[in-house]
Design a protein around this ligand. Structure first.
Ligand code: SF4
Ligand code: SF4
Length: 521
């Protein structure tokens, strides 16, 4: 690895790194707009100037690559003067409407100007005005006056989504971003342009004006929209999730996520099941748990009981449910499956499997491809855990009604909870800790970001309480306890621990064992 010296500090950096990336390793931020590691060097914003020993004039850091002995300075007077001059150009026609701009609080132009600004305007000519609130596509709005013409959005559509909708049109002062008539910005990844836009020029129709960003609390999580398991930041304010943003994971989603997945946060806010129910009427939670325990005691003695688990459940919930039902329904059947049709798939991220944890169901031997024959048998008792089967296939309503008793543990109200005698609310992945295993066998962790809605509890906790009321102690006092048990009893999870999973996940090997981070597909 080449060794470079940045502001008198030596560091070995990976081959091919430029000076923006190298400085970042030392915690030094070199201001820039146009460079992004996922889009490569463009060199158009001219903001990332540095001084290089032995080179007479300042150079741009994005196009200066690491080589042994390279010595640079990132904060000299000459560099600061250049940044100030460049930023003054950016502001010549800028509308200075920060107070009403949705990017305020996370705007790079605002941040850099506060550090390097020419605060007294020297402009005595009228500004060039451009389009505001321009509808460039179904999910994105453009404010052309705020644009710094970094072309990140254009290059994303050219190089990553491959759809090429955005262009720089006109010249000089009148240059602006735009779409061609009849060709809106409408690709399955269009909202990544909003993340990439360093200023308030491109904003999300879904998020704009909903919440000032400084009110948001950010949690590291996983998108549950398909089998890919894109790494995300889940951001909430009070009781509502406000948005998802992609979190870099080079092994899974690089810097991106799809638009459909990004908007799946809405199910965490809307239509939630928040209170225990007996035939649709709210009742105290302890009553429902006691009744579930009594039903299980009665049904557990014989055959004809079925527990249907879901690929929406975490590995920990699946494991807890499997252990629980094997203990309390020894003659019953425990399966996991889905009736939701496959979604779209492409070469970038999207997987046709619409669930985040089918691989976890498979690893525990629970998965069945066709649930209908299992449901059609009917019997004494059916328990649906995070399983909204009837919503996906109304024809199975009659099959569900073929069971004498029905219990649902659910995050959201659905057609399935509507036919249940007893319902207990469950926390979704925004309100509890856990892991999903993605399509490639990568076990990834999501963290609790929010207080559970109403009486919702993690599946593990509901089952632990039901078990306790029947005199059985499962010992699942927290996630660590269940991880220890899973690592001991599930052959493929022998090395599993929160430390091994880390922030970027860990991939299961072909034989079901765990690879070291970075190994595998
Ligand atoms: S709209 Fe945003 S991302 Fe696109 S060129 Fe302008 S500033 Fe850059
Ligand atoms: S590709 Fe899948 S996991 Fe990634 S954002 Fe889209 S729906 Fe979510």
């Amino acid at each position: 690895m080449p060794r470079v010296i940045i502001d008198d500090r030596e560091i070995d950096v990976p081959e091919g790194f430029n000076m923006i990336q190298a400085a970042k390793l030392l915690g030094i931020e070199i201001p820039h707009f146009c460079y992004h590691p996922g889009l490569g060097v463009d060199g158009n914003c001219r903001l990332c100037f540095i001084e290089i020993d032995g080179v007479p004039k300042p150079q741009i850091a994005c196009n200066t690559f690491a080589r042994d002995g390279l010595r640079i300075r990132t904060d000299t007077e000459a560099v600061r003067d250049l940044r100030k001059a460049v930023l003054e150009f950016f502001f010549l026609n800028h509308p200075l409407d920060c107070p009403i701009c949705d990017q305020s609080g996370e705007c790079l132009l605002q941040d850099f100007y506060m550090r390097h600004g020419q605060y007294e305007s020297r402009l005595d000519l009228p500004k060039v005005h451009k389009g505001k609130v321009v509808d460039v596509g179904p999910r994105v709005v453009l404010d052309a006056e705020r644009c710094v013409l970094c072309t990140r959005c254009v290059r994303f559509c050219d190089k990553i989504s491959g759809t090429g909708e955005l262009r720089v049109i006109n010249r000089g002062n009148h240059s602006e971003i735009g779409v061609l008539p009849g060709k809106p910005l409408d690709n399955p990844y269009s909202l990544n342009t909003v993340d990439l836009c360093p200023v308030g020029a491109l904003t999300s129709k879904d998020f704009r004006f909903k919440c000032r960003v400084w009110f948001l609390t950010t949690t590291r999580s996983i998108c549950a929209g398909c089998g890919r398991g894109c790494n995300i930041y889940l951001e909430h304010y009070e009781e509502e999730v406000q948005r998802y943003r992609p979190r870099e994971n080079q092994a899974v989603n690089r810097w991106w996520m799809c638009d459909d997945g990004r908007l799946t946060y809405k199910v965490l806010n809307e239509g939630r099941c928040e209170a225990p129910l007996r035939r649709g009427e709210e009742v105290p939670g302890s009553d429902v748990l006691d009744e579930i325990a009594a039903i299980l005691r009665e049904a557990g003695a014989g055959e004809g009981a079925l527990a249907v688990l879901s690929p929406e459940m975490s590995n920990e919930s699946l494991y807890a449910a499997k252990s629980f039902f094997e203990r309390f329904l020894p003659l019953g059947k425990v399966v996991a499956g889905s009736l939701e049709p496959p979604g779209p798939e492409d070469d970038l991220l999207r997987r046709s499997d619409p669930y985040p944890n089918r691989r976890g169901c498979e690893a525990l031997g629970l998965w069945v491809d066709d649930l209908k024959p299992v449901l059609a048998r009917g019997g004494k008792l059916a328990i649906f855990v995070q399983s909204d089967l009837i919503d996906h296939d109304p024809s199975v309503r009659a099959m569900a009604l073929g069971f004498e008793k029905r219990i649902a543990l659910a995050t959201n109200l659905s057609e399935t909870t509507a036919v249940a005698d007893l319902v207990y609310p469950v926390t979704p992945h925004s309100e509890c800790d856990g892991t999903f295993t993605n399509f490639a066998g990568r076990v990834q962790r999501f963290r609790r970001g929010m207080t559970p809605r109403g009486d919702a509890l993690p599946v593990m906790e509901i089952l632990r309480r039901v078990g306790a009321s029947s005199g059985h102690d499962f010992g699942w006092v927290n996630l660590n306890a269940i991880w220890k048990e899973m690592a001991r009893t599930v052959p493929g999870l022998a090395g599993l621990s929160p430390a091994a999973i880390g922030d970027q996940g860990i991939e299961m090997g072909p034989a079901g064992g765990l690879n070291a981070p970075g190994e595998g597909a």
